[in-house]
Design a binder for this molecule. Structure first.
Ligand code: SF4
Ligand code: SF4
Length: 150
């Protein structure tokens, strides 16, 4: 099962994505493409498209609820990195839930992450065989050496 964000994109079309202007200032090490941003308040810029009444980030390549891709993922601004997908790491995310509900999608549940647990438990890269669960428990004892002939 793919990561749920790859078939969602709701948060990129729901919130105003604003951040300190320096994130889009190459001279200061900012990596967000400035042409994809607009000035907001004196010390802030926003991702273009997200400061309107019907936000949708210009960098979003998505059909919400079907497929989704951030076209500037490696250089997206900090607020995008800060929104966790609900329950991905155990905690619910109100930002994620609210955005999904606003787009007619159900909030994520722990069932949406079962594939990830299965992947974590797959010790040999073969998802079809029967690996022991990687639950941090005591590993099995090593095999005994063969008996020494008298
Ligand atoms: S709303 Fe949640 S599931 Fe959807 S893209 Fe954003 S973080 Fe991912
Ligand atoms: S920069 Fe990428 S992650 Fe951030 S709102 Fe836009 S599409 Fe979404």
């Amino acid at each position: 099962m793919p990561h749920p964000c790859l078939s969602c994109g709701a948060c990129c079309a729901f919130y105003r994505v604003s951040f300190h202007w320096s994130e889009a200032e190459p001279a200061l090490g900012g990596v967000v493409p400035p042409e994809l941003t607009v000035a907001l308040r004196s010390h802030e810029r926003a991702m273009r498209g997200t400061a309107s009444g019907t936000p949708r980030c210009v960098a979003l390549d998505a059909e919400i609820g079907r497929y989704s891709r951030c076209s500037i993922h490696p250089v997206r601004p900090q607020p995008c990195r800060d929104v966790p997908a609900s329950l991905e790491f155990g905690e619910p995310s109100r930002q994620c839930d609210n955005a999904r509900v606003a787009h007619g999608l159900p909030p994520l549940t722990s069932a949406d992450w079962i594939w990830r647990e299965a992947a974590a438990n797959d010790r040999d890269g073969n998802p079809d065989d029967d690996d022991a669960p990687n639950d941090g428990g005591t590993p099995p004892p090593p095999a005994l050496p063969p008996p020494i002939a008298a």
